[in-house]
Design a protein. Sequence first.
Length: 228
Amino acid sequence: MAGIEVDRTQRAGARALLEQAVSLADTSDSWKAQCYRAWLIVSGVGLPRLPRLTASSGTLALDARHGLSSARNVIAAGQESGMADTSTRLFRASLRGRLYRDIELPSSKSLEDLAAAIVSAFGFDFDHAFGFYSKLTGRYHDADERYELFADLGEADEGVKGVRRTKVSTTFPQVGKTMLFLFDYGDQWQFKVELIGLGQKEAKAAYPRVVKQVGAAPPQYPDLDEDE
């Protein structure tokens, strides 16, 4: 076959990284075709010798200084063309110390979806405004990151982002990220929400789902329960 021979180690490394990318992404034929084209690029057919291969965020990155297109662009193109995100995020929503719920939902879901899942996991009605804040204690309005339902309704302060179009993967990019979830600005239910794990969707599983619960949830409206 015409072309300049590529070092076998580089070729094997490139193939392994692309196979990893395929395993982490959608398995449709169009996605496989794009990854195969990327493999043809790094296989050295009619191209100069590759100077460097690096792995970054589970995808293949090529040194583009010699005129080669990055295989990362191939992967990004697949994502932008509507390829499904099959990853999930596992959150721990804590209320009053060791009273918590572990909740898993797809990474593509919004902060509003996460809020609804937390409220439901504690047996509350999803009937009040809410927000997510990067400041866990003190004046949450002074937090650097603020996401509120009011922003989607056009009633938030300047710089506050909405919850309906903001994905959980954007707000919680890495395991360990923690935010305050404030539900009902009147009764001030404050939950500590931490991203504790990443996963992949399971066949026939329904999301969001509660995978662990510790402690009995308090009544949402204790005064009303006492009157009854």
